[in-house]
Design a binder for this molecule. Structure first.
Ligand SMILES: *Cc1c(COP(=O)(O)O)cnc(C)c1O
Length: 229
Protein backbone atom coordinates (compact mmCIF):
# COMPACT_ATOMS: atom_id res chain seq x y z
CA UNK A 1 0.00 0.00 0.00
CA UNK A 2 1.28 3.41 -0.95
CA UNK A 3 -0.78 6.20 0.56
CA UNK A 4 0.89 8.87 -1.52
CA UNK A 5 0.01 7.13 -4.78
CA UNK A 6 -3.49 6.37 -3.57
CA UNK A 7 -4.07 9.98 -2.57
CA UNK A 8 -2.80 11.27 -5.91
CA UNK A 9 -5.07 8.83 -7.73
CA UNK A 10 -8.12 9.85 -5.71
CA UNK A 11 -7.33 13.54 -6.24
CA UNK A 12 -6.98 12.94 -9.96
CA UNK A 13 -10.29 11.07 -10.13
CA UNK A 14 -11.96 13.85 -8.15
CA UNK A 15 -10.66 16.48 -10.58
CA UNK A 16 -11.81 14.44 -13.56
CA UNK A 17 -15.28 13.98 -12.11
CA UNK A 18 -15.49 17.74 -11.48
CA UNK A 19 -14.47 18.46 -15.04
CA UNK A 20 -17.02 16.00 -16.40
CA UNK A 21 -19.74 17.72 -14.44
CA UNK A 22 -18.71 21.23 -15.47
CA UNK A 23 -17.55 22.23 -11.97
CA UNK A 24 -13.88 22.59 -12.73
CA UNK A 25 -13.29 25.45 -10.30
CA UNK A 26 -14.98 23.91 -7.32
CA UNK A 27 -13.20 22.08 -4.54
CA UNK A 28 -14.20 18.80 -3.04
CA UNK A 29 -13.49 18.09 0.61
CA UNK A 30 -11.86 14.70 0.76
CA UNK A 31 -12.46 13.11 4.14
CA UNK A 32 -9.94 10.34 4.70
CA UNK A 33 -11.83 7.64 6.57
CA UNK A 34 -9.35 6.36 9.11
CA UNK A 35 -11.42 3.79 11.01
CA UNK A 36 -9.22 0.80 11.93
CA UNK A 37 -6.14 2.64 10.59
CA UNK A 38 -3.19 3.06 12.98
CA UNK A 39 -2.15 6.51 14.10
CA UNK A 40 1.29 6.28 12.48
CA UNK A 41 -0.29 5.69 9.11
CA UNK A 42 -2.82 8.45 9.68
CA UNK A 43 -0.03 10.86 10.55
CA UNK A 44 1.81 9.82 7.41
CA UNK A 45 -1.33 10.63 5.44
CA UNK A 46 -1.54 14.02 7.13
CA UNK A 47 2.06 14.77 6.18
CA UNK A 48 1.07 14.03 2.58
CA UNK A 49 -1.70 16.60 2.65
CA UNK A 50 -4.74 14.91 4.18
CA UNK A 51 -6.46 17.52 6.33
CA UNK A 52 -9.81 15.93 7.08
CA UNK A 53 -10.20 12.59 8.82
CA UNK A 54 -13.38 10.66 9.48
CA UNK A 55 -14.07 8.08 12.17
CA UNK A 56 -17.24 6.12 12.83
CA UNK A 57 -16.73 5.21 16.49
CA UNK A 58 -16.49 7.51 19.49
CA UNK A 59 -14.09 5.16 21.25
CA UNK A 60 -11.70 5.20 18.34
CA UNK A 61 -11.70 9.01 18.26
CA UNK A 62 -10.93 9.11 21.99
CA UNK A 63 -8.15 6.57 21.59
CA UNK A 64 -6.44 8.32 18.68
CA UNK A 65 -7.15 11.97 19.37
CA UNK A 66 -4.03 12.93 21.33
CA UNK A 67 -1.70 11.08 18.98
CA UNK A 68 -2.84 12.64 15.75
CA UNK A 69 -1.04 15.70 14.45
CA UNK A 70 -2.86 18.88 15.22
CA UNK A 71 -3.63 20.42 11.89
CA UNK A 72 -6.53 18.23 10.93
CA UNK A 73 -10.31 18.42 11.05
CA UNK A 74 -12.14 15.52 12.66
CA UNK A 75 -15.42 14.22 11.27
CA UNK A 76 -17.80 11.91 13.10
CA UNK A 77 -19.32 9.92 10.25
CA UNK A 78 -20.84 6.95 12.05
CA UNK A 79 -23.95 6.29 14.10
CA UNK A 80 -23.74 8.36 17.27
CA UNK A 81 -25.23 7.30 20.60
CA UNK A 82 -26.55 10.21 22.63
CA UNK A 83 -24.72 9.18 25.78
CA UNK A 84 -21.38 9.48 23.95
CA UNK A 85 -21.84 12.98 22.58
CA UNK A 86 -20.06 14.46 25.58
CA UNK A 87 -16.83 12.69 24.68
CA UNK A 88 -16.52 14.19 21.22
CA UNK A 89 -18.37 17.49 21.32
CA UNK A 90 -15.16 19.52 21.49
CA UNK A 91 -13.09 17.13 19.38
CA UNK A 92 -14.95 16.82 16.10
CA UNK A 93 -15.48 19.68 13.68
CA UNK A 94 -18.47 18.18 11.92
CA UNK A 95 -20.97 15.50 12.88
CA UNK A 96 -22.33 13.82 9.73
CA UNK A 97 -24.85 11.57 11.37
CA UNK A 98 -27.59 13.62 13.01
CA UNK A 99 -30.69 11.48 12.47
CA UNK A 100 -33.05 11.93 15.42
CA UNK A 101 -34.44 14.48 17.81
CA UNK A 102 -33.01 12.96 20.99
CA UNK A 103 -29.52 13.20 19.52
CA UNK A 104 -30.10 16.80 18.42
CA UNK A 105 -31.16 17.71 21.96
CA UNK A 106 -28.06 16.13 23.42
CA UNK A 107 -25.70 17.80 20.91
CA UNK A 108 -27.37 21.13 21.59
CA UNK A 109 -27.08 20.68 25.33
CA UNK A 110 -23.43 19.65 25.27
CA UNK A 111 -22.48 22.38 22.81
CA UNK A 112 -24.23 24.96 24.93
CA UNK A 113 -22.31 23.82 28.00
CA UNK A 114 -19.07 24.43 26.09
CA UNK A 115 -20.37 27.71 24.72
CA UNK A 116 -19.92 26.60 21.11
CA UNK A 117 -22.17 25.99 18.14
CA UNK A 118 -21.75 22.54 16.63
CA UNK A 119 -21.82 22.02 12.87
CA UNK A 120 -23.88 19.02 11.83
CA UNK A 121 -25.13 17.28 8.72
CA UNK A 122 -28.43 15.47 8.65
CA UNK A 123 -28.11 11.85 7.64
CA UNK A 124 -30.70 10.76 5.13
CA UNK A 125 -31.48 7.17 4.19
CA UNK A 126 -32.41 7.83 0.58
CA UNK A 127 -32.46 4.20 -0.46
CA UNK A 128 -34.46 3.23 2.66
CA UNK A 129 -32.27 0.20 3.21
CA UNK A 130 -33.20 -1.38 6.54
CA UNK A 131 -29.58 -1.73 7.58
CA UNK A 132 -28.84 1.96 7.25
CA UNK A 133 -29.39 4.82 9.66
CA UNK A 134 -30.86 8.14 8.64
CA UNK A 135 -34.13 9.93 8.20
CA UNK A 136 -36.38 9.19 5.29
CA UNK A 137 -36.37 11.88 2.65
CA UNK A 138 -39.81 13.16 3.57
CA UNK A 139 -38.90 13.36 7.26
CA UNK A 140 -36.05 15.82 6.79
CA UNK A 141 -37.94 19.12 6.44
CA UNK A 142 -40.16 18.47 9.48
CA UNK A 143 -37.05 17.44 11.42
CA UNK A 144 -35.21 20.65 10.54
CA UNK A 145 -38.23 22.65 11.60
CA UNK A 146 -38.14 20.93 14.98
CA UNK A 147 -34.49 21.76 15.62
CA UNK A 148 -34.54 25.33 14.31
CA UNK A 149 -34.74 26.78 17.81
CA UNK A 150 -31.72 24.83 19.05
CA UNK A 151 -29.23 27.64 19.14
CA UNK A 152 -26.09 25.60 19.56
CA UNK A 153 -26.61 23.45 16.46
CA UNK A 154 -25.78 24.66 12.98
CA UNK A 155 -27.12 22.55 10.13
CA UNK A 156 -24.53 22.69 7.34
CA UNK A 157 -25.91 20.16 4.90
CA UNK A 158 -26.88 16.56 4.28
CA UNK A 159 -25.16 13.19 4.31
CA UNK A 160 -26.12 9.86 2.83
CA UNK A 161 -24.69 6.39 2.35
CA UNK A 162 -25.67 4.64 -0.82
CA UNK A 163 -26.19 0.89 -0.89
CA UNK A 164 -23.22 -1.07 -2.16
CA UNK A 165 -23.50 -1.60 -5.90
CA UNK A 166 -21.19 -3.42 -8.25
CA UNK A 167 -22.01 -0.76 -10.81
CA UNK A 168 -22.27 2.71 -9.22
CA UNK A 169 -24.57 3.85 -12.02
CA UNK A 170 -27.29 1.88 -10.23
CA UNK A 171 -27.06 4.22 -7.26
CA UNK A 172 -26.71 7.50 -9.09
CA UNK A 173 -30.33 8.24 -8.18
CA UNK A 174 -29.41 8.21 -4.47
CA UNK A 175 -26.99 11.09 -4.93
CA UNK A 176 -29.31 12.98 -7.24
CA UNK A 177 -32.16 12.70 -4.74
CA UNK A 178 -30.00 13.99 -1.90
CA UNK A 179 -28.88 16.96 -3.99
CA UNK A 180 -32.47 17.78 -4.90
CA UNK A 181 -33.49 17.57 -1.26
CA UNK A 182 -30.68 20.03 -0.50
CA UNK A 183 -32.07 22.47 -3.08
CA UNK A 184 -35.54 22.14 -1.61
CA UNK A 185 -34.26 22.96 1.89
CA UNK A 186 -32.12 25.82 0.61
CA UNK A 187 -35.19 27.38 -0.99
CA UNK A 188 -36.93 27.48 2.37
CA UNK A 189 -34.35 29.99 3.64
CA UNK A 190 -34.34 28.82 7.22
CA UNK A 191 -32.26 30.91 9.56
CA UNK A 192 -29.04 29.18 10.63
CA UNK A 193 -29.55 26.35 8.15
CA UNK A 194 -27.13 26.15 5.27
CA UNK A 195 -26.86 23.55 2.56
CA UNK A 196 -23.14 24.10 2.27
CA UNK A 197 -22.08 20.45 2.23
CA UNK A 198 -23.40 17.36 0.54
CA UNK A 199 -21.46 14.52 2.14
CA UNK A 200 -21.89 11.65 -0.28
CA UNK A 201 -19.60 9.23 -2.06
CA UNK A 202 -17.24 6.54 -0.74
CA UNK A 203 -14.39 4.58 -2.33
CA UNK A 204 -16.70 2.65 -4.58
CA UNK A 205 -18.92 5.46 -5.80
CA UNK A 206 -17.35 8.89 -5.20
CA UNK A 207 -16.95 9.75 -8.86
CA UNK A 208 -20.65 9.30 -9.56
CA UNK A 209 -21.47 11.17 -6.34
CA UNK A 210 -19.36 14.14 -7.48
CA UNK A 211 -21.02 14.10 -10.89
CA UNK A 212 -24.30 14.46 -8.99
CA UNK A 213 -23.16 17.40 -6.88
CA UNK A 214 -21.26 16.02 -3.91
CA UNK A 215 -18.69 18.37 -2.41
CA UNK A 216 -17.61 16.11 0.45
CA UNK A 217 -16.52 12.53 -0.14
CA UNK A 218 -15.63 10.00 2.54
CA UNK A 219 -12.85 7.74 1.32
CA UNK A 220 -11.35 4.86 3.28
CA UNK A 221 -10.30 1.80 1.33
CA UNK A 222 -9.15 3.70 -1.76
CA UNK A 223 -6.59 5.51 0.42
CA UNK A 224 -5.59 2.99 3.07
CA UNK A 225 -6.40 -0.32 1.44
CA UNK A 226 -9.15 -2.77 2.20
CA UNK A 227 -10.06 -3.07 5.87
CA UNK A 228 -9.68 -6.54 7.31
CA UNK A 229 -12.24 -6.50 10.15
C1 LIG B 1 -16.34 3.29 6.30
C2 LIG B 1 -17.14 4.45 5.89
C3 LIG B 1 -16.82 5.15 4.72
C4 LIG B 1 -15.66 4.80 3.81
O1 LIG B 1 -15.87 3.61 3.14
P1 LIG B 1 -14.81 3.10 2.03
O2 LIG B 1 -15.58 2.15 1.22
O3 LIG B 1 -13.69 2.47 2.78
O4 LIG B 1 -14.36 4.29 1.27
C5 LIG B 1 -17.61 6.25 4.40
N1 LIG B 1 -18.65 6.63 5.17
C6 LIG B 1 -18.98 5.98 6.29
C7 LIG B 1 -20.14 6.45 7.09
C8 LIG B 1 -18.25 4.87 6.68
O5 LIG B 1 -18.59 4.22 7.81
Amino acid sequence: MNIKENLLKVQENVENALTRSGRKNETINIIAVTKTVDVDIINEGISLGINNIGENKVQEIQKKYDNINDDVNWHMIGHLQSNKVKYIIDKVNLIHSLDRLSLAKEINKRAKAKDIAKDVLIQVNISEEKSKFGLKKEEVVPFIEKILEMENIRVKGLMTMAPYAENPEEIRYVFRNLRNLGYEIENRNYENVEMKYLSMGMSNDYEVAIEEGSNMVRIGAALFGKRTY
